[in-house]
Design a protein. Structure first.
Length: 163
């Protein structure tokens, strides 16, 4: 069972309805925490997703994961692209670019890979009249949640080479 299926199974076992707060699941050395604003039988309204791995990825593996996520995760409301990379700390930041700008500031996704061990995904809205931003909830169907969590695994989509 892959990560996404494990989280969905745990969610279904909890039979959540309405606001939940944080919901965590561990699977094969990976801890997933969903900050759930609301949920029903069709999906979730999330404030954010946090994924932590027991094993630390190297800087090269973290960069490859960031690039792979940008290529694979094309089903959110906007595509993600790597906008920052720091080899020293093995940190990568991906952001979405809204297709339609709503005025000068639009909502966007931000995904941070931190130190080869942690990933955070949130959606932000810039303040209209001052510097800064606020976290805003985003909706995922249960099918998209499973797909997203599977695609966020560090080596998701790697080709296995037979020897």
């Amino acid at each position: 069972m892959r990560l996404g299926e494990k989280v969905l199974s745990a969610l279904e076992g909890a039979k959540p309805q309405g606001a939940m707060g944080c919901f965590s699941v561990s699977h094969d050395g990976t801890q997933v925490t969903l900050d759930v604003a609301d949920c029903d039988r069709l999906g979730l309204l999330l404030n954010g997703i946090r994924v932590e791995w027991d094993a630390t990825l190297s800087a090269a593996e973290t960069k490859a994961s960031a690039e792979r996520i940008a290529q694979r995760v094309t089903y959110l409301t906007e595509d993600l692209a790597v906008v920052e990379w720091d080899e020293q700390s093995a940190n990568a930041m991906l952001r979405s670019t809204p297709q339609e700008m709503q005025g000068q500031r639009s909502d966007y996704f931000e995904l941070c890979l931190c130190g080869g061990r942690t990933l955070h995904l949130c959606r932000y809205r810039p303040f209209a009249d001052q510097a800064g931003r606020e976290v805003i909830p985003f909706h995922l169907t249960t099918d998209l949640l499973v797909r997203l969590l599977n695609d966020l695994e560090p080596r998701a989509g790697e080709q296995k080479v037979a020897v």
